[in-house]
Every structure is written in structure tokens, then in C-alpha cells.
Write a protein that binds this ligand. Structure first.
Ligand SMILES: NC(=O)c1ccc[n+]([C@@H]2O[C@H](COP(=O)([O-])OP(=O)(O)OC[C@H]3O[C@@H](n4cnc5c(N)ncnc54)[C@H](OP(=O)(O)O)[C@@H]3O)[C@@H](O)[C@H]2O)c1
Length: 324
């Protein structure tokens, strides 16, 4: 089978398209023949070696696939050969024509769902769902500030926050990206490349600020967001696309009864019951049209490096997928 291989950590230039032996599933695993593969920002971080769970080279990047079960290992009970599934790898392996996934991180994919939508749903959907619900405990009527609102997670979060009855303040790095968030239902828009952006959040919330902040950029944006965070507010930190971690002072929590939670989806979905509950709700929203996955780019698997280049350069909107 053909796959992307990183023989060393680095940028897109280290990603090579190679022939590898087709793997065989161990107990609890399935071999999936991919129809479409999801690209996630964390794939860049792991490929570069700048992630706590970056695999040692050589490795195949990627954590998300949609396709058919080609072979099942011992003890697999839920799925059979030929079934269509959405699967998530633990840290790597998905940028390949065939990939091993664990049964416990796999859900059924409806036959009607385009493969690219199946490949876009698990990581972005679960991240947005757990950021808003499990960690953020968003309430109807609250204002949620969503950073990188036009990205893969962001476009899901905007729509899910609206489904849950929140007011959405979408924050992104360009006017074009903000238009996408607006089309998905965002109530207010803010371009955080402009220094005065926290004041705009205060202006549209009558001086109160956002009750919930979904923080995935880190660095200066995270620091500035402390200036438009409502008393009693919560923040969920789940990324640092800028490369710099968010630094939240004790004073910003103490003098306002605020709180911060981290979110590592890989740890949350160890609770299989919670993972399946989130996925079934996400799939129901997709089926009834309330959640529309935004496919912002399709690349041949062989050109995965181009997808990484575009994502790193902040050129993309929505979700990027690879087609084997
Ligand atoms: N904790 C978890 O379990 C978990 C799971 C999934 C994803 N994540 C995180 O969630 C975030 C979104 O992931 P995604 O895959 O959907 O990516 P994405 O949002 O589609 O792409 C990342 C976005 O971050 C913004 N950004 C701000 N500063 C940047 C910089 N210096 N370089 C590059 N991008 C920058 C860009 O949007 P603007 O131009 O609008 O700023 C860019 O489009 C990432 O930080 C990712 O690591 C975390």
C-alpha cells in the first residue's frame, strides 16, 4: 500500500510518499481501507516533533480516516469486514491507503455520508463538542468567543454553539474567514489581527465580555482575550496554533471568579461511552442538516505535504482532506 512516511521530524518537506507493507490487525484492531483521510493541525505539530506525543521516526502521520473494514483482529465485536466506518488512530498512521484503528475509537459511518465528511467529523466534531459541553458547560444565552472560528474545529464549534442556544462571537485572522463564520450562524465577528479586538468584544456584549472562551491559538491572542472575559467566565484551552502557550495569570481568575480547563480529546475519548454519545449526537446533527462539515480543500494523498503547507500558512478554511 502507498503511505506518507516521515523519516525525521520537520516541516512538510520531510513527508515522503512510499510503498509500505499492508499491516495486519492485532486483537481489538481493524484494518480500514481509506476513502478519505482527515488533516488536523496536530498532525503538523507531531510531524515537526513539537508535540508531547510526537512519534519517533520513521512514522506515518495522521489520526483520522473514513473507509471500509478490510480485516478484523481477534475480539472485534462491533464491526464486520465490508462495513463503512470512521476511525481515529491514537497518535499517527492515517495518511495511508490502509490503516489500523482500534475498535474502541471507531464508529459506523452511514452509507449516505460522503467519505470526506466522514473523515472530517471525528476529531473536529469531538473537539468542538467536548470544548463546549464536557469542559465548557455552555448555557443557552451565553456569549462564546471562538478563536480560529473558520478552521476545522472552529467551523464545527460555531455551529454547535448555535445549536446549543449560545451567542457566538467568532474570532479569526481575516475578513474572508469571518464571512464563513457569519454564514455558519455567528452573531458577531472580530478580526484578532487588529489590536483593539478585545474592545470590540466588550462593545457587543454591553461591556461584559464573553462567558466562555474556546482558546486554541495561545500567545498574544490568549493574553489579549483576558481583556474581554466576563466575570464568572470559563475558558477551555485546547490548542496553541501560534506555537506559544496561553499564559493565564492567577489574578485574572481570582479577581472575577473565572476558571480555566484544558482539553485533550485523546484522553476524553478513553471514556468510550462518552465518545459514542458525542459521535451519535454529531452524526444526528449532520443528518438533520444542523451541522454542515466545511470541506476547505481536497488533496491527493501523495500531496499531503501541500495540505500541511497551506494549513501552516493560515491559508485554509474549514477542514482539509486527503484522497487516496
Ligand atoms: N486538544 C485537543 O485534543 C485538540 C484536538 C483537535 C484540535 N486541537 C487544536 O485545535 C486547533 C484547531 O485545529 P484544526 O485542525 O481545526 O486547525 P485549524 O483551526 O483549521 O487551523 C489552525 C488555525 O489557527 C489559526 N492560527 C493562529 N495563529 C496561527 C499561526 N501562527 N500559525 C498557524 N495557524 C494559526 C489560523 O486561523 P486564523 O488565521 O483565523 O487565526 C489557522 O487557520 C489547533 O490549535 C489544534 O492543535 C486540539
Amino acid at each position: 500500500m502507498r503511505a506518507i512516511v516521515c523519516h525525521r521530524h520537520g516541516g512538510p518537506e520531510v513527508m515522503q510518499y512510499e510503498e509500505l507493507p499492508r499491516p495486519r490487525p492485532a486483537a481489538g484492531q481493524m484494518l480500514i481501507e481509506a476513502e478519505a483521510i482527515g488533516v488536523n493541525y496536530v498532525d503538523l505539530m507531531r510531524s515537526s516533533g513539537r508535540h508531547p506525543t510526537a512519534p519517533e521516526p520513521p512514522f506515518t502521520p495522521g489520526i483520522e480516516t473514513c473507509g471500509r473494514v478490510a480485516e478484523t483482529g481477534a475480539d472485534v465485536k462491533r464491526f464486520r469486514t465490508g462495513e463503512r466506518v470512521i476511525g481515529r488512530c491514537v497518535t499517527h498512521g492515517a495518511y495511508a491507503e490502509c490503516v489500523l484503528v482500534e475498535e474502541r475509537f471507531t464508529v459506523s459511518c452511514p452509507e449516505m455520508l460522503p467519505a470526506e465528511v466522514g473523515a472530517a467529523l471525528f476529531v473536529n466534531g469531538q473537539t468542538a463538542w467536548h470544548a463546549l459541553i464536557t469542559m465548557g458547560q455552555v448555557q443557552p444565552g451565553e456569549t462564546v468567543l471562538i478563536t480560529a472560528a473558520a478552521g476545522g474545529v472552529g467551523t464545527c464549534a460555531v455551529q454547535i454553539a448555535k445549536i446549543l442556544g449560545a451567542k457566538v462571537m467568532a474570532a479569526a485572522g481575516s475578513e474572508e474567514k469571518l464571512r464563513l463564520a457569519e454564514n455558519l450562524g455567528a452573531d458577531a465577528l472580530v478580526n484578532y489581527t487588529r489590536d483593539e479586538w478585545p474592545q470590540r468584544v466588550l462593545n457587543v456584549t454591553d461591556g461584559r465580555g464573553a462567558e466562555l472562551i474556546l482558546e486554541s491559538v495561545g500567545g498574544a491572542i490568549a493574553a489579549q482575550s483576558l481583556g474581554c472575559w466576563a466575570p464568572g467566565g470559563r475558558m477551555v484551552i485546547f490548542g496553541k496554533a501560534s506555537g506559544e502557550p496561553a499564559v493565564i495569570t492567577g489574578d485574572s481568575l481570582l479577581f472575577g471568579n473565572r476558571s480555566v480547563r484544558g482539553l485533550a480529546v485523546g484522553m476524553v475519548i478513553e471514556n468510550e461511552e462518552l465518545m459514542r454519545r458525542a459521535m451519535s449526537e454529531l452524526l444526528a446533527w449532520v443528518a438533520d442538516g444542523r451541522l454542515t462539515l466545511q470541506i476547505g480543500g481536497r488533496y491527493p494523498l501523495a500531496n499531503a505535504a501541500d495540505a500541511h503547507r497551506d494549513l501552516k500558512a493560515r491559508k485554509t478554511q474549514g477542514k482539509l482532506v486527503l484522497l487516496p
